[in-house]
Design a protein around this ligand. Structure first.
Ligand code: ADP
Length: 359
């Protein structure tokens, strides 16, 4: 039996807006689940329904197999961390972390011991006497996390907890959150619009778009076996390249190129004759030059970005654009013409109409 189950969960706001459609997910104890998707896709709404901060319009929410739709936030044993840290400005770090336990009337000695243990996990031991305004953004966020984890609740919910931090602090805090999870094994549901955060933190990722779950899987599954164009384009940075075209005599033609999709489609080639197809490949899965058993594309170099360990090469072929990741030592000249090869095993084909992957 799963620890938490969401069965056909829907959210229809009072104004009639249907924000979440038939959300289904089973979560095991100790799992780190990330909801990811563009702004407005229903991630926070789903998290807030799990927290008990928002009514569930339809469907069943179960904790340990028992229906929990009607339970209030306290009875659900959840702790939530928001993007605004919501610390009490006039209280020290110690008192902020202790707050929930103080409210519950927990013994002072016990509180002191728990606050110290929590502060040690979070690297806040030397800051316990400070007020929040004398902390960096990352430290404040750690206090907010400390306040949540000290309660030892079953379910730990985080809504974009890193979005108020600068880029460097985000990377540091991200690895700290991973470390805290390794130490606490708290079942965690984490909302972000950032695919890198999702990839680095999650045991499993739920990709959402416009209120619908697109795919649920491990970071590896989503990266290598995306079910549709949306997931393929959302997971990965730079994103997957797509070339859209109509199949004529087994070929998609653009610029000076003919992609032999008929060969790649094999037995399905006939069914796609005359139809739109999306041809996808990841920036890093190419080789410069013309290679055997590969799809070859001729293109013009528009821009190069040397990033140290690789160079992003922006190319165009007729109307189509792509980004190629190449070894900096092989960086091509601006405005030059080049040929690159995509090994056939690295090509993704999607139905142009449904955008679903063609297996
Ligand atoms: P995300 O967290 O993915 O950015 P949200 O869950 O916050 O998205 O919002 C999903 C959709 O629901 C958005 O289109 C948003 O405008 C809408 N929405 C959020 N709250 C309300 C509300 N109280 N009433 C009506 N619509 C809402």
């Amino acid at each position: 039996m799963a620890y938490i189950s969401l069965k056909n969960i829907n959210k229809i706001y009072p104004n009639g807006y249907h924000a979440v459609h038939d959300f289904n997910l089973d979560i095991e104890k100790g799992e780190f689940i990330v909801f990811v998707g563009p702004s407005g896709c229903g991630k926070s709404t789903t998290l807030r329904m799990i927290a008990g901060l928002e009514d569930i319009s339809n469907g069943d929410f179960l904790i340990n197999g028992k229906r929990a739709n009607e339970l209030g936030p306290r009875e659900r044993e959840v702790a939530m961390v928001f993007q605004s840290y919501a610390l009490y400005p006039q209280m020290t770090v110690f008192d902020n972390i202790a707050f929930g336990l103080t409210l519950q009337g927990v013994d002072e000695d016990v509180i002191e011991q728990k606050v110290k243990a929590t502060a040690a996990i979070l690297g806040l031991t030397d800051y316990l006497d400070r007020l929040p305004r004398a902390l960096s953004g990352g430290q404040r966020q750690r206090v907010a996390i400390g306040r949540a984890i000290i309660r030892k609740v079953g379910i730990f919910l985080m809504d974009e907890p890193l979005s108020n931090l600068d880029a460097k602090q985000r990377v540091t805090m991200r690895s700290e959150i991973a470390q805290i999870h390794r130490e606490t094994h708290a079942t965690t549901i984490y909302v972000t619009h950032d695919q890198t955060e999702a990839m680095t933190l999650a045991d499993r990722i739920v990709v959402m778009k416009e209120g619908y779950v697109q795919q649920i899987g491990t970071p590896y599954e989503l990266y290598y076996n995306p079910v549709n164009v949306f997931v393929a384009g959302f997971i990965g940075e730079p994103p997957m390249n797509f070339i859209r075209g109509k199949v004529e005599k087994g070929l998609i033609r653009f610029g000076k190129n003919e992609l032999n999709v008929g060969k790649l489609l094999g037995g399905k080639a006939k069914a796609y004759e005359g139809k739109e197809l999306v041809f996808g490949f990841r920036p890093e899965s190419i080789e410069l030059g013309a290679k055997p058993d590969a799809v070859q594309i001729k293109a013009t170099v528009e821009l190069t970005e040397m990033l140290g360990d690789n160079t992003n090469v922006y190319v165009t072929a007729d109307e189509d654009k792509a980004i190629l990741k190449v070894d900096p030592h092989d960086t091509p000249e601006l405005d030059s013409e080049l040929v690159f090869s995509i090994p056939e095993k690295n090509v993704y084909l999607f139905d142009g109409e449904t955008e679903a992957v063609i297996k």
